[in-house]
Ligand binder design. Structure first.
Ligand SMILES: CC(=O)SCCNC(=O)CCNC(=O)[C@H](O)C(C)(C)COP(=O)(O)OP(=O)(O)OC[C@H]1O[C@@H](n2cnc3c(N)ncnc32)[C@H](O)[C@@H]1OP(=O)(O)O
Ligand SMILES: O=C(O)CCC(=O)C(=O)O
Length: 375
């Protein structure tokens, strides 16, 4: 398979922050941007400057951090929005327009052609002020292809350096994404961005497929936060790029720290079994699994927790086996006979079946009980 030519644009600080109820402080945005930069993310969408004075201040602060990542500001196709972003000193403005009949009808009381013409003038405006332009088609996935091609062709002619295809309502499945992205990439000579939402749970798969079809810039958010069901999860996409595509230039060891930071600052709690960074991502209870993992973790872990800065946990419960229990008991510094191990194991299973968590304290109590009982 052809190696992928891609870069990541993380939009946690813009689309991620559009998650209902989420608002990052400037300090929080700076911390998140700094970690994204340390991981090696090539572009960071720092915010939507026209939202508020505070937002402008945050975007400007991030643009002035001197990060390696290019910084972009999100804008409607309106001069004041673009001027706000330019005033922040961003490397690039991301100008978006809706392109589907539905969106244009709802938002503008004029024909699509006219909306497009007026928006193209905004590309000139930004470029005249020395700023690069990423031109985004909102609701592209529900836009008829002939009009969409015209939008991208015209934006490319006017000097947009990146063209964004947004699956705004997450309505695509991977085969559809592949077909449309391949067609766009072969008809317009400019790098494409894939911006996917997760309404049907396909955001990561669609983004990967878009890359396989030739998209260059892949949009992500940390923990997949974002409007409604969110966006493409950064940590899930990066692990796929590492394991399947040989892309090893990102520092994945910081992913768990970043994920937990965004969890804390967003207040959007991770599902315990969230891939890559969830509490259970490297937790094992089944006796058969742990018995094998003690010899070689790759038996039940496709990638190591060390790779992503995570930790392996052995959980005791109903499904525990003798080898797992012996290992945990030894790690507590206790020594038990074979008979005592079997007795503790029975108690562990019994307690777990009564929905009691086997914490180290509980385990110590069970061990004491067995040791004190007459042989
Ligand atoms: C798919 C996406 O994620 S798009 C980004 C969505 N993000 C957000 O909306 C979050 C930030 N938004 C905000 O803070 C506010 O909505 C603001 C500051 C942008 C605008 O606020 P207001 O001026 O009060 O406008 P309001 O939100 O009520 O309506 C949106 C206006 O933007 C216009 N608009 C929407 N998209 C675009 C666009 N791409 N280009 C130009 N104008 C647009 C609408 O037509 C409407 O215009 P109108 O006020 O003349 O009717
Ligand atoms: O394509 C983009 O850059 C973003 C547009 C967007 O946020 C969306 O349509 O969901």
């Amino acid at each position: 398979m052809k190696p992928l030519n891609i870069e990541i644009c993380d939009v946690t600080l813009r689309d991620g922050e559009q998650t209902p109820g989420v608002s990052f402080s400037c300090k929080e945005k700076v911390e998140i941007a700094t970690l994204l930069d340390e991981i090696g993310i090539e572009m960071i969408e720092a915010g939507f400057p026209a939202v508020s004075e505070n937002e402008k201040h945050c975007v400007k602060t991030i643009a002035n951090l001197g990060l390696d990542a290019r910084i972009s500001g999100f804008c409607r196709a309106k001069k004041p929005d673009i001027q706000d972003a330019i005033d922040c000193g961003v490397d690039m403005v991301s100008i978006f327009i809706p392109t589907s009949e539905l969106h244009v009808r709802l938002k503008f009381k004029k024909p699509r052609e006219q909306v497009l013409e007026e928006s193209l003038e905004m590309i000139d405006y930004a470029r005249d002020h020395g700023t690069q332009v990423r031109f985004a088609a909102e609701d592209a996935s529900r836009t008829d292809i002939p009009f969409l091609k015209k939008v991208y062709q015209r934006a490319a002619e006017r000097g947009a350096v990146l063209l964004s295809y947004a699956d705004t309502v997450g309505c695509l499945i991977p085969s559809e994404m592949h077909a449309v992205m391949a067609e766009l990439v072969s008809s317009v000579d400019r790098p494409f961005c894939a911006h996917c939402h997760n309404d049907m749970g396909c955001a990561v798969a669609n983004t990967l497929t878009a890359a396989e079809a030739g998209a260059f810039q892949l949009h992500t958010t940390v923990n997949g936060i974002g409007e409604r069901a969110g966006n493409t999860s950064l940590e899930e996409l990066l692990i796929i790029l590492w394991t399947k595509k040989g892309i090893d230039r990102y520092d994945l060891s910081k992913l768990t720290e970043l994920s937990h930071l965004v969890e804390k600052y967003s207040g959007i709690f991770l599902p315990r079994n969230k891939p890559v960074t969830g509490e259970l991502a490297f937790s094992h209870e089944s006796g058969i699994h742990i018995a094998a993992i003690l010899d070689d973790p790759s038996a039940y872990e496709y990638f190591s927790p060390d790779l992503v800065g995570g930790t392996r946990h052995f959980i005791l419960g109903k499904h525990t086996g003798k080898k797992a229990l012996e290992h945990v008991v030894a790690s507590l510094g206790c020594e038990l006979t074979e008979k005592q191990i079997c007795a503790v194991l029975d108690l562990v299973k019994d307690h777990s079946e009564q929905k009691c968590n086997i914490t180290p304290e509980v385990l110590r109590k069970l061990i004491r009980k067995v040791k004190e009982s007459p042989a």
